[in-house]
Design a protein. Structure first.
Length: 79
């Protein structure tokens, strides 16, 4: 958003998350968060580290309820 020029102020970008709460009584919430260039830099570094781990084929299985339909199931169970 910041790189596309949607900065709200000179120092921050206001981001709105629209959240549907799926409970017995469904609700809709709007959450507002201010993000700074420092936040975007941290996110960029985090994404780069994840991509590097993928390139190194680092893989940590996370067994749980979604295993049955997961596209990586064979890989997990072979470890």
């Amino acid at each position: 958003m910041d790189q596309l020029g949607f900065r709200t102020t000179q120092a921050e970008t206001l981001i709105r998350y629209d959240v549907l709460i799926k409970t017995k009584s469904p609700a809709f919430q709007q959450l507002y968060v201010n993000k700074t260039p420092r936040d975007f830099g941290r996110l960029t570094r985090w994404i780069q580290e994840i991509l590097q781990a993928i390139d190194r084929e680092s893989f940590f299985p996370n067994f749980g309820w979604a295993c049955h339909n997961c596209q990586f199931r064979k890989r997990c169970w072979s470890m």
